[in-house]
Ligand binder design. Structure first.
Ligand SMILES: [Zn+2]
Length: 185
């Protein structure tokens, strides 16, 4: 079968450009061209088309990548082509992983609620905040150790909107101008 032979040759040619000298648990880095602008992914040419090396590695070792899915690195090393470090995932998985690993340098991902790495609050705490009655936003902010503007946004349902606890605005007493300055400890 001529076509099968061609695929085998392509694969052999591909793997000859991957540093597989280490064992199967190590990263196998692409030794060819790398796309520095895109985080250092290996670039290879298959049938005259420029492809990301780790995606090709996945196809040669595991199989076809379903449309719309990404090949993600568990090792966080873009030029790595070790199939043991590659898995399928969605754009959403990738974004969440970026956040959890702190790789989100200016990545335009809209985090919300406790998934946002900067959030001091949890879903549970926000539910408590929404159930606070007769307190000013300042009092609530001191109780939970977050800024007054965060509390304002929560009780006016501008943030944490995914928590369905109903309308709670009425329960919160309108803030009066404080007579004395309260300095947060
Ligand atoms: Zn790796």
């Amino acid at each position: 079968m001529k076509s099968t032979k061609k695929i085998v040759d392509l694969a052999a040619h591909f793997w000859s450009q991957v540093d597989t000298s280490e064992d199967k648990n190590a990263c196998w880095e692409w030794t060819g061209l790398r796309n520095k602008a895109r985080g250092g992914y290996g670039t290879c040419y298959v049938k005259r088309q420029s492809r990301r090396a780790h995606r090709v590695a996945f196809e040669f070792s595991v199989g076809k990548i379903p449309t719309g899915l990404l090949v993600l690195h568990s090792c966080d090393n873009p030029p790595c082509c070790n199939p043991n470090h590659l898995r399928l995932g969605t754009h959403k998985d990738n974004s969440l992983e970026m956040f959890s690993k702190g790789r989100n340098n200016n990545f335009p991902f809209h985090a919300f609620g406790e998934r946002c790495g900067l959030s001091k609050l949890t879903d549970e705490t926000v539910k408590d905040i929404l159930n606070e009655s007769g307190k000013t936003p300042l009092e609530i902010s001191q109780k939970y150790g977050v800024s007054r503007s965060s509390i304002y946004c929560i009780i006016h349902r501008k943030t944490w909107k995914h928590l369905n606890t109903g309308e709670t605005k009425a329960k919160v007493r309108k803030q009066r101008r404080p007579h004395r300055r309260v300095v947060a400890a």
